[in-house]
Design a protein around this ligand. Structure first.
Ligand SMILES: [Zn+2]
Length: 365
């Protein structure tokens, strides 16, 4: 993707092509996407480099100051494949489940090899240069690299005939797959089907020389839960939330949704009071919570802009237009970073009031 002729060269499509192993229904969905084939947005200048980093192999580093929402990189994936292994043969008589699963894995590897062989030589070289941490679980060199480096394409890209989970897809990139993990990520990405590309953006202000990070694990899990999710990648995270006061960090992370929603419910009560009874305590407790999220490195979670929205509304209620606009702009920058409709308080509180059980809301990265 997009469409490539046999004699196509990089001169006509400098950002390259993605090899796709997709069902005919997904192919149709892609081609029917409004604006399909358009050029991906590009940052005004190159603002990152890829360099070795101790204990982490290669990593991505900012080469200039970045603000929340700034575009760091647009990239077409090298390869897009279904998330799960799809066996196209029944279990042969006499095969154990284990033997069947190994045979299916072998067969799937052969299918994906065909895809890799179709790549431009530069893309194929980039693909095989990626790390493979799945060398001991029966994965072949192609599946192993996809499992190590693939990004889920999310709810906007799946086979509707199979459903969001079973029909999901994974994309492996050249540059973006070099981004290392931190439970305190400073970037997020979105996938634009029309230009068939990822956009990597900053989720907080970043200084030149800072390493760029993305979280491979659900950030609202405890340190122990994240360690378990990260085990297949073959490393242990040493970020401040994993190596510091994990009890304090766990309290914020595992209660993230209820902390932010409780704050909003308190705000609703506060905002209904007559103007002369509204003191600064609501503002202070909201700013304190916002600082806790920022100090914990949780600005990539969708609950962060919700809290920023609450702070902006408190300032509006207190007649401080300057600060109200400052936080409103921060919320807008975050929405730009995710390139999606952010969660809204109307939607969230509808669920909260129906269930009266804040902790049952599932957090999203
Ligand atoms: Zn960590």
């Amino acid at each position: 993707m997009p469409i490539r002729r046999l004699d196509s060269t990089y001169d006509e499509e400098p950002i390259g092509w993605s090899e796709c192993f997709v069902t005919s229904s997904v192919k149709r969905q892609i081609h029917e996407t409004a604006g399909f084939g358009r050029a991906p947005p590009q940052p005004e200048r190159v603002n990152f480099r890829i360099s070795p980093t101790p204990g982490m192999g290669l990593g991505m580093f900012a080469t200039c100051s970045l603000k929340m929402g700034d575009l760091i990189l647009s990239e077409r994936p090298l390869i897009v494949v279904p998330v799960g292994i799809r066996a196209d043969f029944r279990k042969p008589p006499g095969f154990t489940d284990e033997q069947y699963s190994q045979a299916a894995l072998f067969e799937w590897e052969k299918n994906l090899e065909i895809c890799v062989k179709r790549m431009f030589p530069e893309n194929r070289k980039a693909f095989y240069a990626l790390t493979n941490s799945h060398t001991e679980d029966g994965s072949g060199p192609v599946i192993g690299r996809i499992r190590t480096n693939g990004f889920g394409l999310g709810d906007g890209f799946y086979d509707k005939e199979c459903g969001v989970t079973a029909g999901g897809y994974s994309a492996t990139c050249d540059k973006m797959s070099r981004i290392n993990h931190s439970c305190r990520p400073n970037t997020t990405h979105s996938f634009d089907v029309a230009s068939f590309s990822f956009q990597l953006r900053a989720t907080r202000d970043i200084k030149p020389g800072d390493q760029l990070f993305y979280s491979y694990a659900e950030v609202s899990l405890s340190a122990a839960g994240r360690k378990q999710e990260l085990a297949p990648y073959g490393f242990e995270c040493t970020c401040a939330s994993c190596s510091g006061d994990t009890a304090k960090s766990d309290r914020i992370r595992t209660n993230l949704v209820s902390l932010v929603c409780d704050n909003r419910l308190q705000y609703d009560t506060w905002a209904r009071k007559p103007r002369h009874l509204r003191d600064n305590k609501m503002l202070q407790s909201s700013l304190d919570l916002l600082s806790s999220l920022e100090n914990e490195g949780l600005t990539s979670t969708p609950y962060y802009p919700l809290l920023v929205c609450t702070v902006s509304e408190i300032y509006t209620q207190l007649g401080d237009t300057e600060n109200a606009n400052l936080y409103l702009h921060r919320q807008e920058a975050w929405k730009t970073a995710r390139n999606e409709e952010a969660l809204t308080w109307d939607g969230i509180l509808g669920k909260v009031k129906n269930k009266l059980n804040l902790s049952s809301l599932s957090p999203l990265i």
